[in-house]
Design a protein around this ligand. Structure first.
Ligand code: SF4
Length: 457
């Protein structure tokens, strides 16, 4: 996507029924997360998660070397990739050396980040995504729009049409069971006959040299246990020191991602199967640079649960593609600018700063503070959109004085109430474009209401 986040959001909102379904589906997951995290030790678990991730990032080099030594001793080949291009070449080299023509791939945001599918396809290797949501977007020629639920923007009726075209299911077959079964039949053949399986990893454990993969569909397990070659593609920030640390992450992850106490399949792989080969590709691709930036370092603690996306009022109502980055939502808005500030400078402004993302984050990343910090950097780099500077300067003067703030509020409320409707809600007004509403101005300010009702003295 080119253009700003607002342009992408306007495009998404052109299909109001899909936008409403998207909002509702994510709010449903948010509700499940709230129920699942209603356990007495939740806040202590979050603190433990934040601490152990900070420790892991503080000893990143050491933990990765320990992981490499243990994994190598168990017969795993470990590779290091400094960027996406090197990662893609390493994977391609391994596949070519084995004459691989067909790969089954389970869900992996890292391979999306690196554009692996496209790279392998250009080299004549077929890659079939075996996660149901990933397969839906792959068949549609799209990328994932959510880091946990890649096809969350697709309605059941649309999936029925897609499967009708590709699998020959009845066009009016919309039952989730029937659609899942059609996908299962289609994918099983790939899973059983692929020459190689590529998976991501939810964690690397330095203590054991093992890789941990969490799924709810079992597709990663079937793929890696059927193919003679298993390649794990993983970002270096996924390392944890010990199995005890892993236990904390796993409890936080499933509850935050899907509202489950644990994922259906949590697989630990520490060595290749007899007669099979296993490779782990450790990818940096900008992570070391982020580690060196104290202001944004904690973004590396992210365990990709998606909770901040599900709760974000902006993400829910603008869709994943509006972010124009492989990781959308609040976490994407703080990761993307460090990859290309010019291209992603609108993302830190795609937030109300309501703070909900920080409140739900299982590893306590202060996302709102980082969004604000990016806004400051963007302003200092003189990359604010035209018109922002004078507006911000005026706002700074108004906000600097409580009396001036109250007086201006009164005038603006009066003005909003007095202007004719066509002036307030005309097509020229960005605030009232389709998908947005401009509420009537209240008769009094919050402070006036609080004083009048005796809530504030
Ligand atoms: S930033 Fe926090 S809430 Fe968002 S995906 Fe990462 S771990 Fe989950």
């Amino acid at each position: 996507m080119t253009g700003t986040h607002a342009d992408g959001a306007a495009h998404f909102l052109n299909r109001p029924e899909s936008a409403a379904a998207h909002d509702a589906a994510l709010w449903f997951i948010r509700g499940k997360r709230d129920t699942a995290s209603d356990i007495p030790e939740w806040e202590a678990l979050r603190s433990a998660g934040a601490t152990l991730k900070a420790h892991a990032m503080g000893s990143l080099a050491e933990l990765l070397e320990t992981f490499e030594a243990r994994a190598t001793a168990s017969g795993v080949s470990v590779h290091w990739a400094s960027d996406a291009a090197e990662h893609n070449e390493i994977v391609l080299g391994i596949l070519r050396s084995k004459g691989v023509a067909l790969v089954s791939k389970s869900k992996s945001m890292l391979t999306e980040e690196c554009g692996l599918n496209e790279h392998l396809a250009a080299a004549g290797i077929s890659v079939i995504d075996t996660d149901l949501g990933e397969r839906i977007v792959q068949l549609a020629g799209e990328g994932p729009s959510h880091i946990v639920a890649p096809a969350i923007h697709w309605r059941r009726e649309e999936v029925a049409q897609l499967f009708h075209r590709h699998f020959g299911t009845p066009a009016n077959e919309t039952s989730p069971e029937a659609l899942a079964n059609a996908a299962r039949v289609h994918l099983r053949d790939t899973l059983l006959h692929a020459d190689a399986a590529i998976t991501g990893a939810n964690a690397l454990v330095a203590e054991t040299g093992g890789v941990v993969v969490c799924t709810n569909e079992g597709n990663a397990d079937l793929g890696m246990h059927s193919a003679p070659l298993h390649i794990v593609c993983v970002g270096i920030e996924k390392i944890v020191a010990t199995l005890d640390d892993l236990a904390v992450i796993l409890r936080l992850l499933a509850r935050s991602a899907t509202g489950q106490p644990s994922t259906v399949y949590t697989t630990h792989v520490a060595a290749p199967r007899n007669g099979a080969e296993m490779h782990v590709v450790l990818v940096d691709n900008g992570r070391s640079a982020r580690l060196a930036d104290a202001e944004f370092r904690s973004a590396l603690h992210c365990i990709r649960c998606g909770a901040c996306l599900n709760t974000c009022p902006i993400y829910r109502r603008s869709g994943g593609y509006s972010y124009g980055h492989v990781i959308p939502g609040p976490i994407g808005a703080i990761l993307a600018p460090s990859t290309n500030l010019e291209q992603h400078k609108s993302l830190p402004f795609a937030s109300t700063l309501c703070g909900s993302c920080g409140d739900v984050c299982p590893v306590r990343i202060d996302i709102p503070a980082q969004l604000l910090a990016w806004r400051g950097r963007i302003a200092r780099a003189r990359k604010l959109p035209r018109g922002y500077r004078p507006g911000m300067r005026w706002l700074g003067i108004v906000l600097a004085n409580p009396r001036r703030f109250a007086r201006t509020g009164r005038r603006l409320r009066w003005l909003l109430g007095s202007l004719p409707g066509f002036l307030k809600r005309g097509g020229w007004n960005r605030w009232t474009r389709p998908g947005r509403s401009l509420p009537d101005a209240p008769p009094e300010s919050f402070r006036e209401w609080a004083r009048r009702t005796g809530r504030m003295r």
